[in-house]
Write a new protein. Structure first.
Lengths: 103, 103
DNA sequence: TTGAAACGCAACTAAATGGTTGCATATGTG
DNA sequence: CACATATGCAACCATTTAGTTGCGTTTCAA
C-alpha cells in the first residue's frame, strides 16, 4: 500500500496517470511525446507505477501497452473518508462541477 | 494539489491521519504518544499535513487541536476514477468487506 | 542480414526528505 | 513569581529520490 502513495507523490507520474486516464493502452514512446524528460526517466516512472499496481501492462511484439488501474486509488478514499461523509462530499463535488459549467 | 500527494507519501503522516480519523481534536502531545519519533518530528509532519489542508487546527490556550479534513482525499478519487466506475468499485469494496466480516 | 525501432539495465549526480538536537516562546498553576 | 506544560524555530546529518548518460537486448522490416 505504501508503494501506491509513494508512486502518487511525484508530479510526473501523476501526469502519466492523467494521460492514461484519457487514452488507455499507450506505449512508452507515446507516453514520452511532448514531455521534457528522457525516455529512460519515463520508463522508470512507469515501472514505479506498475509496481504500485496503478498501471498494468500487456506486451504486444516489441511494444508494451500501458493501462490505468483505478482500484488502488479508489481504496485510498475508503481509508479516511467516513461512509456517511461520502454521499455528502459527492453532492458537493457535483454542485461545484455544475457551478463551474463542467460536464 | 501536489502538497496533498506529497503529504500522503509518508507512512508516519498516514499513521497520524489514521489517529485523527479515529479521534478528532487531539493535541500534538497526544499524537506523539506511543510513537518512536521525537515531538519535533511529529510537529513537522503535522505542519506538512496542515499545509496540504489534510489537517485543520484550532488553538485553545497553549494547546493546538488537530482535525482531519476529508475533502482533499475525496477529490483524489475523482481525478482518476471515472464516474461510471465509482459505483462498481464501491460495490466491490462492500462485497469484500462483508466477506471479510467487517462492519 | 543489416539497420532501425522499442525497450531494459546499471552507474552516477544533484536535490529533496525525514529525523535529530538545541534553544526559544507562550500559557497555565502553585 | 517560579516552574512545569505545550508548542515553535533553526541548524545539521543520513538517506532517498528523480533525472541523466551510456550500453545492451529484442523485435520488425527492407
Amino acid at each position: 500500500m505504501g508503494a501506491v502513495f509513494r508512486a502518487l507523490a511525484d508530479e510526473s507520474r501523476r501526469a502519466l496517470l492523467d494521460r492514461l486516464f484519457e487514452r488507455k493502452g499507450q506505449t512508452l514512446g507515446e507516453l514520452c511525446d511532448g514531455l521534457q524528460m528522457s525516455r529512460q526517466a519515463v520508463s522508470k516512472h512507469l515501472a514505479i507505477l506498475e509496481a504500485a499496481n496503478l498501471v498494468s501492462t500487456r506486451k504486444e511484439g516489441r511494444k508494451k501497452l500501458h493501462f490505468l488501474n483505478p482500484v488502488p486509488i479508489h481504496e485510498i478514499a475508503g481509508r479516511w473518508v467516513a461512509k456517511f461523509e461520502r454521499a455528502h462530499l459527492d453532492a458537493l463535488s457535483d454542485l461545484k462541477a455544475r457551478l463551474e459549467g463542467e460536464e
